[in-house]
Design a protein around this ligand. Structure first.
Ligand SMILES: *Cc1c(COP(=O)(O)O)cnc(C)c1O
Length: 391
């Protein structure tokens, strides 16, 4: 039956992946994404989601979904430029722009598509994209699509970045995550913005893990570093992380947004997200903007986790965000530790190459606003037990 693709030798490559301890399996959750989730009839405390504010299953989003479905039905039926752009999309864009203190915003179906759009529409042949080595895969793919020359600099190495800026005579773009998705550290965007100003480069920031987390009110990296639209002209974020929804947006000057709407292939040639989805995103955005309760709780939980870990032998990385990696190194060892956590009812992301560099396999622990102190205590205790058991 699969004769036609036999020559690709899929089986051999699958087996190779299995043997090297890199095979990934999906877990099926029965029920909502939340701090306590259900897998194969078993309740697990979930330290693996990006639902940092606990909004993925908020009452507000659920009510908004039901109400919007009564008005807009389900599917959008067309791309944005034909007839798929409905009122909730329009309102969501206005509210997102306001929240991140930008003039305008345009929403995309996913962050992956938004990043492809930014690089493909803004950069072209002869331009140069200067990117942090640990940037998200979608930014790397966007750079490839753009056909611009792509230069990487060692992670957050400002001297290396400046050297590359000095040597590039062409139109140049500096591209970086604000919070690195597998490390949780924050790019020094204040200095990077100064360098961009000095060398006339355009700064593009992916704020997927900063939006809803950084800044007093969770407005993201712009608020945290006090960077306005002039200093940080292209700001992208997803709606699938802190906002607990699905989708993404790019914000900046009206002209930037107009340009993306005209030329971004991943915006034009795809169906608009369902209006119910836009409405639910909007409801969660309102929760985020009207109260600091969730973000304050998140910050408190992160601090509690780090403080309690410091009282034990656990060595955390230098992260103050919701992403708290625990480096293990070897793949098989990581998976053995992960099994122990699972047997104690704890679900943590086990991240292996190629998502992270060779020999840097890690537990990617994510803290959310909805975790209790007891749940965090249990995680720390079990981590210590597991690390002792698996030398
Ligand atoms: C998740 C993520 C994306 C992709 O966003 P989706 O909406 O999930 O497609 C892009 N950049 C970073 C840094 C991310 O973590």
């Amino acid at each position: 039956m699969t004769h036609s693709i036999k020559f690709l030798d899929l089986q051999a490559r699958l087996e190779q992946r299995l043997e090297s301890g890199l095979y990934r399996s999906r877990r099926t959750l029965d029920g909502a994404q939340q701090a306590c989730c259900y897998v194969d009839g078993k309740a697990l405390i979930n330290f693996s989601s990006n639902d940092y504010l606990g909004l993925a299953n908020s009452c507000e989003a659920r009510v908004a979904l039901t109400n919007a479905a009564a008005i807009y039905g389900y599917g959008s039926g067309a791309s944005h430029l034909i007839s798929g752009h409905q009122r909730p999309h329009e309102t969501l864009e206005k509210n997102l722009a306001e929240f991140v203190e930008r003039d305008a915003a345009v929403t995309f179906s996913t962050g992956y598509m938004a990043n492809l759009a930014i690089l493909q529409t803004l950069a072209g042949k002869g331009d140069v994209i200067i990117a942090d080595k640990l940037n998200h895969a979608s930014l790397i793919d966007g750079a490839r699509l753009s056909q611009a020359d792509s230069l990487r600099y060692p992670h957050c190495d400002l001297n290396a970045l400046e050297n590359r800026l000095k040597k590039a005579p062409q139109n140049k773009f500096v591209v970086t995550d604000s919070v690195f998705s597998m490390d949780g550290d924050i790019a020094p965007l204040d200095v990077i913005a100064e360098l961009c100003d000095k060398y006339q480069a355009i700064l593009i920031v992916d704020d997927a893990h900063g939006f809803g987390v950084l800044g007093k009110q969770g407005r993201g990296c712009g608020e945290y570093f006090g960077l306005n639209q002039k200093q940080l002209p292209v700001l992208m974020s997803t709606l699938g992380k802190s906002l607990g929804g699905f989708g993404a947006f790019i914000s900046g000057e009206q002209q930037l947004v107009d340009y993306l709407i005209q030329f971004a292939r991943s915006y034009i040639y795809t169906t608009a997200m369902p209006a119910v989805n836009a409405a639910a995103n909007l409801a969660n955005l309102q929760v985020m903007s009207q109260s600091s309760e969730r973000i304050n709780q998140l910050k408190q939980n992160i601090e509690y986790f780090r403080h309690q870990c410091a009282l034990t032998k656990l060595k955390l990385e230098n992260s103050t965000t919701a992403i708290q990696p625990l480096l293990i190194g070897e793949n098989q060892r990581l998976m053995a530790i992960n099994e122990i956590l699972l047997s104690h009812g704890l679900l943590v992301g086990a991240i292996r190459p190629p998502t992270v560099p060779q020999n840097s396999a890690r537990l990617r622990i994510t803290i959310t606003a909805t975790h209790t102190a007891e749940q965090i205590d249990l995680l720390i205790k079990t981590l210590n037990t597991a690390l002792e058991k698996i030398e």
